[in-house]
Design a protein around this ligand. Sequence first.
Ligand code: DGL
Length: 283
Amino acid sequence: MAIGVFDSGVGGLSVCHRLVDRFPAADFIYLADQANTPYGGRPGEEIVDLTRAGCERLFAEGCNLVVLACNTASGVALRRLQQTWLPGYRRALGRPVNVLGIIVPTIEAATGLPWEHEAERRGDKVEKLDILAVFSTPATAASRVYEIEIDKRRQDVAVFSEPCPQLAPMMEAGAGPDDFAPIIAAHVAAVTKRIGRSPDRAILGCTHYEIVGDQFRAALPAGTPLIHQPQATADALVRYLERHAEYDPGHGAVRRFLTTGRPGAQSSLVEAFWGAPLSFERA
Ligand code: DGL
């Protein structure tokens, strides 16, 4: 069996990279839905349908677990799919399959609390507010998933989401590193203005942004901690597989990259991030 990794495009490679580091012997099949990218400006129903189709494709390839390496799919579609589609699909398939997201591990890392934790609402005055900027797609920002879930757990953390509509589409279109810097700087300036000061910490809440993570680090005040979503996801998958022996991640170190879009190489920016030549097959 293999672990499937799904994103609308190349962004999920940032998560896949860390998963491959963490599970070098495991088999991975990556699927980029580049025929339908970007997801970040789409209505929720479309994101749900496209995410379900991506998961089905990866299960058909022999995956037993799919990691949604996409904040937009995790935030907008995952709960719906777990509630309305996955139980019946699993029964029809007759083998254990599951879909995991990347927002839960990121919120656990950002709050320092397990997902099950809900804060007691004591109404105490918060002494010092920790301001967390979340850079994301418009759909993730509109879902308010980071605001809602962090607020349930930590009253002393205030989330400011900054939607960045151009970044993922630019990366999918093959933009080079210099194209991103002014846009990232403008988003950092915009969220700083809204907060009234610089954020204390930040989340790159779209997996594409980690590929230009150094440019976010350069635009934020030096030393601003970034919650590392790929790392948080890899740590969570280690814990998940320890608890779920029924999901065998394979042992052949298979690496396959599928796309619903144009097969072949990706941009030099993406390949430099991956650290090796990448060739995508037609899904
Ligand atoms: N990489 C995705 C995310 O993490 C989606 C980007 C897009 O398709 O708009 O949200």
